[in-house]
Design a protein around this ligand. Structure first.
Ligand code: ARG
Ligand code: ZN
Length: 860
């Protein structure tokens, strides 16, 4: 048993949920920003709902006064403890006037109201989800308290941009202070405090408009610093596409007259869906062909859509408590994935979503930080913005949607919006609305409650006399410590049978595996078919089917489902690389199948062809190794297979590369596919030492039409340690010195390089452009570095990594804790690394104080 440190933070449990004693009807906020502090006055109209005291939350606030119903309260009327302010014996209707002082200028945690940027680019923004509002003023800061907000902002005129949620109702000069001005915003919608936002800045704005299906004219605005305003149109277009998409696919129209997006360079997460005033990490909104890779640009569009979709799934219907986070995030991720699938090849979209799920969520579910999609307890809710809540949460909604089919799913979502609009609800409410046409949907609740990735194993028998194929499937989920013994879950397994001779489809069925073991019989099957399972990844499970390698090669050739073609390559690769886990396949079948498929597919669907060459990252492979993980061995095996692929097709890379000529930039699926494949082919050619490939890289860099081409070439040069790599790194830096997001790429390509050493990381941290206060920059070095396990899991690598966590623990615990999660799998390492990691993490635990980081270290 780990010894519990004396300052062990306390847990909050779902089962202890209680409704608030008081509701808030209206809030008037008056935020006055001064040189080195801000004064926040709030007036709350509160009404009793049930018995109990008034409980307000507040952190890092200097309380100046509280007045209740015109009477100043003194310390005998209330108690202040652990971030909670309890007011005793309050009457049933209360007007509270609260005055506090805060210091946004020194707020490095980037929660609440904080200062971002520097010099002329200084700005003030908020991040309130999940519990940041309590850093602005005392408030019943919980998602089931909804109120109407009016916000007055006052600041020096050198910050001309004053924004808050809703509609601008008044603006002007401050009497007696000609250098100051103010603006008053009113939000007509009832909202929880986590959706509050305001911005005090000097920004340029790109404007556009959209007329909703209900005939509302909406003003659309994207705010960014003037140097970035030319990179806002991709996001603006995505916003309009998303608005339209939600009307067509869910019947949901926008409900305010104004929709604002603000880009900020210092932000802990990707973006935030504050009502009518989204705040975005610059990395998730700015995009231009010259500065942004295709992959990034695509994710900009997806994140814009994600935050927009929250307006219905999150804002109009919100979460009763933070345990229900997946209610809004899982559904909204499912919605943004569906939106993205309509913008490109749906197979590639599914491949990318599943690759992310397998690389990160499966790893989380296999490690000590495994938790249910709806957790039952937490110390710090910020630690639960995880890939399990988001991505596995989305997979559950997808299974439900596929089980119902499009028409009944739409009936269910319509019912959800009809029933719960304006309320703060639970996962049970969601399932109950979705089950109006099929009450079996309620059974999906166990997917929300049970951690661990189910393993579905299976085999088939063919009876030629009876002409039947019998498929036997069973499911097993590991028993995660601290949870009930796992139960069988409803697992939809999309199954297709292929005729072995002709490759034609013989049968197609959705099998529902909802017991531990089940058999499924297919009648009238004339000869033993090849079975393609889990098409489009119909459930978030690991599949072990007793395939012959030849069956998989057959499917790579004959499957018409692009996702499953990719899936069989991944199964083959796993069988080759996870030999230590009992897998045994020789690479021959895989290499031969690739050699046959690739040249044809390259001309046909370049993007899919690029994905077929995927080999899971070292971290992803590691997550399939429950114990004695040796990073060096895994890397050797992985690199070895990569080399074999490169060598196998050595004679073809030149032709492939030349058949993908560089053209002037175009943002079409086809052009993106060509660019993606060209970068993969370039790297393969360098790996195989193809004559002249180093020149291709330089040419590609020199003549690049966009960042995808330029950065692809640079990365290849760096990873293959080409003699000119340093010159090109210097050129890249000089060219893009003024653009932080591109300089992040410059840092990350070095920090993630194959030959990176702790010294390289130290010198990057010492670089004048490194900045501890900018999470994007920290991640571009520290996050990128963690993709090299052979360096990370050394005494020196770990020391550096844990020193970073120590350094960030106080300044920005959200960031520190997120970075730390990479180390969660320490206990699967082979000795002596395991012992070494344990020592360093134990030492770390003694040197940190934030409950964020302490909770992430609970299993040490
Ligand atoms: N709700 C945001 C989104 O997913 C994420 C905000 C999370 N912020 C945080 N500090 N954990 O769109
Ligand atoms: Zn979200």
């Amino acid at each position: 048993m780990p010894d519990v440190p004396p300052h062990a933070p306390s847990k909050i449990n779902l089962k202890d949920y209680q409704r608030p004693s008081f509701d808030v009807e209206t809030v008037h906020l008056n935020i006055k920003l001064f040189e080195d502090y801000a004064q926040v006055n709030s007036t709350l109209k509160m009404v009793r709902q049930t018995t109990g005291d008034i409980i307000l939350f507040g952190e890092s606030l200097e309380l100046l006064s509280i007045i209740m119903n015109d009477k100043a309260l003194t310390s005998e009327h209330y108690q202040q403890e652990d971030g909670k302010l309890t007011i005793y014996e309050a009457p049933d209707e209360v007007i509270l006037d609260i005055q506090v002082r805060i210091c946004p200028q020194t707020n490095t945690a980037l929660e609440g109201l904080y200062m971002a940027g520097s010099g002329d680019d200084t700005m003030f923004v908020t991040q309130c989800e999940p519990e940041g509002f309590r850093k602005i003023t005392f408030y019943p800061d919980r998602p089931d308290v909804l109120a109407i907000f009016t916000t007055r902002l006052e600041a020096d005129k050198r910050y001309p941009t004053l924004l808050a949620n809703g509609n601008l109702v008044e603006a002007g000069e401050v009497a007696d202070a000609p250098e100051r001005h103010y603006a008053i915003w009113q939000d007509p919608t009832n909202k929880p405090s986590y959706l509050f936002a305001c911005v005090i800045a000097d920004l340029d704005v790109l404007t556009d408009s959209y007329t909703t299906s209900e005939g509302r004219d909406v003003l659309l605005e994207v705010y960014a610093k003037s140097a970035d305003i030319d990179k806002c149109d991709v996001g603006m277009q995505a916003l309009k596409d998303a608005m339209k998409w939600d009307e067509v696919n869910y019947g949901r129209a926008y409900d305010l007259d104004r929709y604002m997006i603000v880009a900020v360079s210092q932000f802990n997460m990707g973006a935030m869906e504050n009502k009518g005033l989204n705040i975005f990490n610059t990395a998730c909104v700015l995009s231009s062909p010259e500065t942004t890779t295709d992959a990034r640009s695509f994710s900009v569009k997806a994140i814009i859509a994600h935050e927009y979709f929250h307006n219905w799934t999150g804002n109009r219907i919100t979460c009763r408590d933070w345990f229900q986070l997946c209610l809004k995030e899982g559904f909204t991720v499912y919605r943004d994935q569906s939106f993205s699938a309509d913008q490109q090849s749906s197979a590639v979209q599914r491949i990318d979503d599943v690759a992310t799920l397998r690389a990160h969520q499966f790893a989380e579910d296999a490690g000590p930080l495994a938790h249910p999609v709806r957790p039952e307890s937490f110390v710090e809710i910020n630690n639960f913005y995880t890939t399990t809540v988001y991505e596995k949460g989305a997979e559950i909604v997808r299974m439900i949607a596929n089980t119902l089919g499009p028409d009944d799913f739409r009936k269910g979502t319509d019912e959800y919006f009809r029933r719960y609009d304006g309320q703060a609800v639970t996962v049970e409410d969601f399932l109950s609305a979705l089950s109006i046409t099929d009450d079996k949907i309620e059974d999906f609740i166990d997917w929300y409650r049970q951690p661990g990735t189910p393993v579905v194993s299976g085999s088939q028998t063919y009876d030629s006399a009876a002409q039947t194929l019998t498929i036997t499937l069973n499911q097993q989920t590991r028993h995660v410590k601290g949870f009930d013994a796992p139960k069988p879950l409803p697992i939809p397994v999309a199954t297709t049978l292929f005729d072995k001779d002709s490759g034609a489809i013989v049968a197609e069925r959705m099998l529902l595996l909802d017991e531990a073991t089940q058999t499924f019989v297919f009648e009238n099957v004339a000869s033993e078919p090849v079975v393609s399972l889990l098409r489009d990844f119909s459930a978030p499970v690991q599949l072990n089917y007793d395939y012959q390698d030849a069956d998989l090669a057959f499917l790579l050739k004959h499957e018409i489902n692009g996702f499953n073609r990719w899936q069989v390559t991944q199964m083959l690769v796993n069988r080759i690389l996870l030999q230590s886990q009992g897998a045994k396949s020789s690479p021959d079948v895989y290499l031969e199948a690739l050699a046959q498929t690739l040249p044809v597919l390259a001309a046909d669907d370049a993007m899919l062809a690029a994905r077929l060459l995927d080999i899971p990252s070292a971290q992803e492979l590691a997550s399939a190794i429950p114990q004695d993980y040796d990073p060096v061995l895994v890397k050797e095996q992985r690199d070895g297979l990569y080399q074999q692929v490169a060598d196998k097709l050595k004679d073809q890379w030149a032709t492939l590369y030349n058949d993908l000529p560089m053209q002037s930039y175009e943002d079409s699926a086809q052009a993106r596919g060509i660019r993606a494949l060209r970068n993969v082919v370039l790297d393969m050619a360098l790996t195989a030492n193809v004559e002249g490939a180093a020149d291709w890289a330089q040419q590609q860099y020199d003549h690049a039409s966009c960042m995808t081409e330029r950065f692809g070439a640079l990365k290849a040069m760096v990873n293959h340690q080409l003699p000119k790599a340093n010159d090109y790194l210097t050129d890249f830096y000089k060219r893009f010195q003024a653009n932080d997001l591109v300089i992040d790429l410059w840092f990350s390509v070095q920090a993630a390089a194959d030959d990176v050493t702790p010294d390289v990381i130290k010198s990057l941290i010492a670089h004048t452009d490194f900045d501890w206060n900018t999470p994007n920059r920290v991640r571009s070095v520290i996050g990128a570095f963690s993709s090299q396990p052979t360096v990370l899991w050394t005494a020196e690598g770990l020391k550096m990594y844990t020193d970073v966590i120590k350094k960030l623990d106080d300044a920005n615990p959200v960031l520190a804790s997120r970075l730390l999660q990479v180390l969660a799998r320490w206990n699967t390492l082979a000795e002596p690394r395991r012992q070494m990691a344990h020592e360093q993490l134990t030492d770390l635990r003694k040197n940190v104080a934030s409950k964020h980081v302490l909770e992430s270290l609970e299993s040490v």
